[in-house]
Design a protein around this ligand. Structure first.
Ligand code: ZN
Ligand code: ZN
Length: 585
């Protein structure tokens, strides 16, 4: 009976026509399926295959999967189809299990199979499993297949195994745009922004056509490196080539402009975008916050509440930290309360940190302390204590500071940053004996302060400086000019404040080390290598020290330059001897 369907081309059978008529719509498909079962033709492979592909197009993974399991001997097309479908619907583990069934059924996998299974392993970050599939692809002779190779590059990059990813990438006889993108995004996601940019420039030299995925990764790398020049080049390219400014690309541009110090350009992009999601709005609010434009961040947040998508937990981090940087305590309290009552977003650790930071900076130390004790009666919360400690230091409340520091050390005894903060507090309190004790404790524990560095982009090329760094090819000119700058700012009234930093160094080393902090080297290089009057932009990985903050104010005067520094926490825009943070950071 069943065999009737095979005696003529199935595409002419009434059942097949009924399927075509049903189209990719779930209800009608299920009705035809019921007819097939009643007529006994549900075992016909061509019919079930058609039914299954339509069910997938209709968007029902569950129904597609059910149909697949009703087939007693699926062929290689069906296996490949179900593997691809399960990765498409974000069930990567299913994809791997289907692949296993396929091997057990002695059906040879094709390049199509390997591409999909390797992608599934990437989604699972299953390095071991992916390696096995890789070796099976080699055995089956697909080592040179472009799609398999591109999938492997993406897989190894996503698993953080960049070395192997690069090896596969380098061996590709012909590189698809997907392979380039995977490699660039792999570098970017693992924090190797410089390598990501380097590879992008190579891609540009090779004349490979970019797509929006390339730009999303590169813009994110530019944000990390403060590479505004290259970021602008990307923006121009998008505009000149009529590329669609989709929501991901637009958001990446906003982030890049905000994090590279040009929040106005970010706002222009925001205004141009047709579609904005919660990430877009959050990026813009956070951009304003970083630059200390608290009221603009709040205005945008109010607009979002009425016209945008519902804010999520990340949005509230952006709003609260904007309030904190701008000293808008009343508004911050309101936003914190509104999180749960208006949006059902439960405040987490990051929001608590923002609140403590905001209250602490504004001088409400007791309230901040009480806030922590109520939230964390037992559990240690190092990030919250760190914010509290910075506030104590800022307001010179050393008694409270020492109490907090002890909580902090108990919670995280191996974090060198805490010792540095504690020794700073003691130094400010004039307790040099305690400074010595903390310093010795750090040495005994073998803890080293995190290495600071600053990055500056000149002519689309980035230059990285660490403290007292002499590795730059123009090092002599830089040091010579920096010494001259230091002499000129001292004449203008600058008094070095090395006692506020670097307590882990011997006294005579301090002033020397402070004058060659990485941000001073990067700024000097910038002044030497850019046109007079041009703004200097640098990115610093740690929080700027008090001495650099003071010195840069003076440098902005004697060099007649606007200097924009992005440190770990926020932006500082130095102009004519003052900073946009109003010494509140
Ligand atoms: Zn410094
Ligand atoms: Zn500042």
């Amino acid at each position: 009976m069943d065999n009737n369907n095979f005696q003529y081309s199935p595409s002419h059978s009434p059942a097949y026509q009924a399927l075509l008529q049903a189209g990719p719509r779930l209800k009608p498909l299920q009705q035809v399926h019921a007819h097939l079962i009643v007529s006994g033709s549900h075992r016909s492979l061509p019919l079930v295959t058609k039914l299954l592909t339509l069910a997938c197009t209709a968007g029902s993974y569950l129904y597609t999967r059910k149909l697949f399991f009703s087939i007693s001997n699926p062929d290689s097309f069906l296996f490949n189809f179900i593997i691809k479908t399960s990765t498409k619907f974000h069930f990567p583990l299913h994809a791997v299990l289907y692949y296993r069934r396929m091997l057990i059924a002695h059906i040879s996998p094709s390049n199509y199979t390997f591409t999909a299974v390797i992608k599934a392993c990437a989604d699972l970050s299953a390095l071991g499993c992916g390696r096995v599939v890789h070796s099976q692809a080699l055995v089956c002779g697909y080592s040179l297949d472009l799609f398999v190779q591109a999938a492997l590059v993406s897989f190894y990059a996503k698993c953080g195994n960049l070395g192997v990813a690069k090896t596969v990438f380098d061996k590709m006889p012909e590189r698809t745009v997907i392979a380039w993108n995977s490699m660039i995004s792999g570098y970017e996601q693992s924090g190797f922004a410089e390598e990501a940019i380097g590879l992008f420039l190579k891609m540009r030299d090779f004349g490979v056509d970019f797509d929006s995925a390339t730009f999303v990764s590169v813009l994110s790398a530019c944000s990390q490196m403060g590479a505004l020049g290259l970021g602008c080049w990307v923006h121009d390219y998008i505009t000149n080539n009529g590329l669609e400014l989709n929501v991901n690309l637009g958001t990446a541009l906003i982030n890049m402009y905000a994090r590279c110090g040009n929040v106005r350009k970010g706002q222009e992009v925001f205004d141009q975008m047709n579609e904005r999601n919660v990430v877009t709005w959050t990026a813009m609010i956070s951009g304003y916050g970083m630059h200390g434009h608290g009221s603009e961040a709040l205005d945008l947040f109010h607009l979002m509440r009425t016209r945008g998508p519902p804010p999520n937990d990340v949005t509230f981090v952006a709003v609260l930290s904007a309030c904190s940087h701008a000293g808008l305590v009343h508004e911050g309290r309101w936003a914190y309360a509104s999180m749960w009552t208006d949006y059902g977003v439960k405040p987490g650790m990051e929001h608590h940190v923002c609140m403590v930071d905001m209250l602490g900076r504004a001088g409400y130390l007791k309230e901040a302390f009480q806030f922590i004790k109520e939230l964390y009666p037992l559990k240690p919360a190092p990030a919250v204590w760190t914010a509290m400690l910075s506030a104590c230091k800022m307001h010179k409340n050393f008694d409270l500071g020492v109490q907090v520091a002890e909580h902090l050390l108990a919670a995280e005894p191996d974090n060198p940053g805490h010792y540095v903060l504690l020794s700073n507090i003691y130094a400010l309190a004039g307790r040099m004996d305690r400074v010595e004790t903390v310093r010795n404790l750090m040495i005994r524990k073998g803890l080293k302060k995190q290495v600071g560095y600053s990055i500056i982009e000149v002519g689309q090329k980035t230059h990285l400086f660490s403290m007292a760094d002499k590795s730059h090819p123009e090092t002599n000119a830089i040091y010579q000019y920096l010494d001259e700058l230091m002499r000129r700012i001292k004449e203008a009234g600058y008094v070095p404040a090395p006692e506020l930093v670097m307590h882990e160094l011997e006294e005579e080393e301090r002033e020397y080390a402070v004058s060659y902090h990485s941000e001073k080297l990067a700024i000097t290089f910038g002044i030497l290598r850019t046109k007079p009057g041009m703004a200097i932009r640098i990115v610093k990985n740690l929080r700027m020290c008090e001495d650099c903050h003071l010195a840069i104010k003076y440098i902005s005067v004697v060099a007649k330059r606007e200097i924009i520094v992005r440190d770990k926490l926020r932006f500082h825009r130095f102009k004519d001897g003052s900073c946009s943070c109003v010494d509140y950071w």
